[in-house]
Ligand binder design. Structure first.
Ligand code: NAD
Length: 455
């Protein structure tokens, strides 16, 4: 079956109306949950083969189960039409907002959390009553196979299909008319996806990346701050879209903070992280080469060691970095943490605001006024105060970027909203027909003027 035939089959299935039935949706969510539960071991193994991911971190992929449980619990209330007040000039009438599914959704995923970032949007697509076609990243080869096996065993392709492949497959899919495209990946490919979607006027959700700053004030709990930064930066060897990209630290605390971060790295991964079972590798040689080029900036305070055979790059801290250095031009997406300093919080805010809006912004300070200032004076997809990365795990918080870091959001209710159309319905009654709006208008202008000014 080619892609066009596959889409035709999905359109026919969607037209039967089965996906609109809440019982059907709940059943499919439960099937997906069971499939994930049954495949846990295989998923953990595949992610380990792709990224040398330790078992503990591999379970982050399975946390999609929380999204499924949340959707199952709340679906009944989400799909209920919401009554709203119809204004008096509509009398006699009632009005409501009714969510309806969009049709067939194209979901294109990245390689860094290759299972979760495919399946988590799928949960929203199913909950909202859609069909879907998934395209996992070809770069995480082993996980791509596992997701494909799991989806093919669980669903008929006329409902949920999956196609493995690289750029060509992706572009062949993008040439078709879907009802929504959900893309997770880099900004450059995001532009390609959006341009392709524009050909069919297909709406898009773009979950992109960017440079997420981590600002540290001097009034902090030093040890926890250091641990939380080191953990968020070096899990998955820095290949996390919301990893702190760079550190922007108040000069007053810098000399105390850096040794604490070094100590945290050592306590997590030992004297030599290359021998740690808990430290990941870079996904492929292309990314390895790209990252090693970034090591030629500033002064390396910790790490810096590499091994091209295993694509190992040590957790690395770089000091004496300037804003115009190569490491500060693009998202790092690897285990390299440049450190910049500031003297006044306003200066840090100005630097952030002079750059594209980040996906995440981290701010460490006990001071509520400073926290408020950051929330008021900067813009980012999300903010996490006094920790890193953990905001991703709160199902109730919409997850997505703003400006250059993305369009739209998902997780929890936001996923259902993303894959639904909110249809406005006005229902009029026949028992009365006020004639004020009909021509001839002579003598009615005063009436419309008064009515409009009262609205
Ligand atoms: P990528 O943009 O290179 O690839 C993503 C997907 O697009 C893959 O499935 C790939 O096959 C496809 N693709 C690649 N080139 C294409 C082309 N020319 N035309 C059509 N499709 C194409 O991204 P990646 O390297 O897999 O992932 C890393 C990026 O993703 C980082 O920038 C990271 O910040 C971002 N990311 C964002 C989030 C988020 O939730 N916002 C999550 C994870 C990763």
């Amino acid at each position: 079956m080619n892609i066009n035939q596959l889409l035709q089959a999905q359109r026919q299935f969607f037209a039967t109306g089965q996906t609109k039935d809440i019982r059907f949706r709940l059943e499919q969510l439960k099937r997906l949950k069971q499939a994930i539960t049954d495949s846990q071991g295989a998923i953990v193994k595949a992610v380990n083969l792709d990224l040398n991911r330790p078992e503990f971190e591999a379970y982050f992929e399975i946390s999609t189960l929380a999204e499924i449980n949340y959707a199952i619990k709340h679906l009944k209330s989400w799909i209920k039409p919401q009554r709203v007040r119809a204004s008096i000039d509509q009398f006699p009438a009632s009005a409501q907002i009714q969510p309806e599914p969009l049709g067939s959704i194209l979901i294109i995923g990245p390689w860094n959390y290759p299972f979760q970032l495919m399946i988590s949007p799928l949960v929203g697509a199913i909950a909202a009553g859609n069909c879907a076609v998934l395209k996992p990243s070809e770069i995480a080869v082993h996980t791509s196979q596992i997701v494909t096996d799991m989806i093919q065993k669980t669903f008929d392709s006329s409902y949920i299909a999956i196609l493995e492949g690289g750029v060509e497959t992706s572009q062949a899919l993008l040439a078709e008319k879907f009802d929504h495209i959900f893309f997770t990946g880099g900004n450059k490919v995001g532009q390609i996806v959006m341009a392709a979607a524009a050909q069919h006027l297909t709406p898009v959700t773009l979950e992109l990346g960017g440079k997420s700053p981590c600002i540290v004030e001097s009034d902090i709990q030093l040890e926890y701050t250091a641990k939380r930064i080191a953990w968020g930066k070096f899990i998955n060897a820095g290949q996390t879209c919301i990893a702190p990209d760079y550190l922007l630290v108040n000069a007053q605390i810098k000399q105390e903070l850096i040794p604490r971060i070094q100590a945290s790295i050592q306590s997590f991964y030992g004297e030599n992280p290359e021998h740690s079972p808990d430290y990941c590798r870079i996904i492929n040689s292309g990314h390895f080469e790209r990252l090693t080029q970034l090591l030629h900036t500033g002064k390396i305070l910790a790490g810096g060691q590499t091994n091209p055979e295993t694509r190992y790059i040590a957790p690395t801290l770089i000091d004496q970095v300037a804003w115009d250095d190569p490491v500060m031009q693009e998202e790092i997406f690897g285990p390299i943490l440049p450190i910049l300093e500031y003297r006044d919080l306003g200066e840090a805010i100005a630097q952030i605001n002079a750059r594209p809006k980040p996906l995440a912004l981290y701010f460490f300070s006990k001071d509520r006024q400073k926290q408020q200032r950051i929330l008021q004076e900067t813009s980012s997809g999300g903010v996490c105060l006094n920790d890193t990365v953990m905001q991703f795990g709160v199902t109730q918080l919409p997850f997505g970027g703003v400006g250059a870091s993305g369009i739209g959001c998902y997780h929890g209710r936001a996923s259902f909203d993303t894959f639904s159309h909110y249809k406005s319905v006005l229902k009029k009654a026949f028992w009365l027909d006020l004639s004020w709006r009909y021509a001839p208008y002579q003598g009615k202008v005063g009436l419309i003027k008064r009515a409009i000014n009262r609205l």
